[in-house]
Each structure stands twice: as C-alpha cells, then as structure tokens.
Design a protein around this ligand. Structure first.
Ligand code: CA
Ligand code: CA
Length: 145
C-alpha cells in the first residue's frame, strides 16, 4: 500500500506543478491534479465529486480539467467541465489517457501525470487557446485527499 504522501516526492510534486504551468501557457483551460489513496465510491463519481469540492466549475469558459488519481486503486480519471464537453468529440481525452496509462503501467507515476498534463494542454489549445488577458483561475498546486 502506498501512502499518498509517499506517492510522489516533494521534487516530483514541483515538477508536476511546473508541467501545469507549462500546459496553461498554451490554453485558457485550467488543469488540476488530485491524488488520494483510494476511492470509496465509483471512481468516475468520485472524480466529479472532487471536481465540485475543488470548485473547479468556477472558470469563465467552463474549461477546468481534473486529473484524479486513486493511488492504491491504481486508477485514474480525467474529466473536464461542460465548456469542454460541449465542443469536443467523445474521444477527445483518449490521447491524454493513453499518455498517462503508458507510464503508469511501467510504474512511472510522476511521468504519467506530467505527460497527461502536457497532452491535455495540447488538446485544450485547439478549442481554448491561451489569451493575453488570461488569468490563473485555478490553483496549480496538487490537491490531496
Ligand atoms: Ca488560465
Ligand atoms: Ca491554473
């Protein structure tokens, strides 16, 4: 069993925060990462719950994206606000999911999260390009359950 605190080192966490900053230079979309040990309910429902708990619906263009990781369940979910879901195709997140999965199966958790963030940034850029008046609407820090 992993403890959430042991899942990533402080340095790895900072690398992830840096990746979020890089991704958000390409898009007005706001990306957040939430890590917890296990989900007691269905993982998709839990991801939506966390999205709500983190008040991620509070973006101007409804373009917040949550990467939710349940460490001990070895599961993750990536989900976006309705502003994204309204404009993208159903398989929009597949490349992002694959990028994460490719690293997770090798046990490279930090790299999986970083690859996912950067890929999500590229995907989001198409529909939500960065604008000069962009604000950092949601914290880039990792949230832990
Ligand atoms: Ca922003
Ligand atoms: Ca942000």
């Amino acid at each position: 069993m992993f403890k959430v605190e042991e899942f990533l080192t402080k340095i790895e966490e900072q690398e992830i925060v840096s990746a979020i900053k890089i991704a958000e230079k390409n898009t007005s979309g706001e990306i957040r990462v939430h890590i917890e040990s296990t989900s007691k309910i269905d993982i998709y429902e839990r991801a939506l719950e966390v999205f709500s708990l983190l008040k991620m619906g509070a973006t101007k263009d409804a373009n917040g994206v949550l990467l939710y990781v349940a460490v001990n369940d070895k599961k993750f979910v990536i989900c976006g606000d309705e502003g994204i879901n309204n404009v993208v195709s159903k398989d929009f997140w597949d490349t992002t999911k694959n990028a994460i999965q490719n690293q997770f199966i090798k046990g490279n958790f930090k790299q999986g999260i970083i690859d996912g963030i950067l890929k999500a940034g590229e995907e989001l850029k198409v529909h939500f390009p960065w604008q000069t008046d962009d604000e950092d609407e949601l914290s880039n820090e990792i949230s832990k359950g």
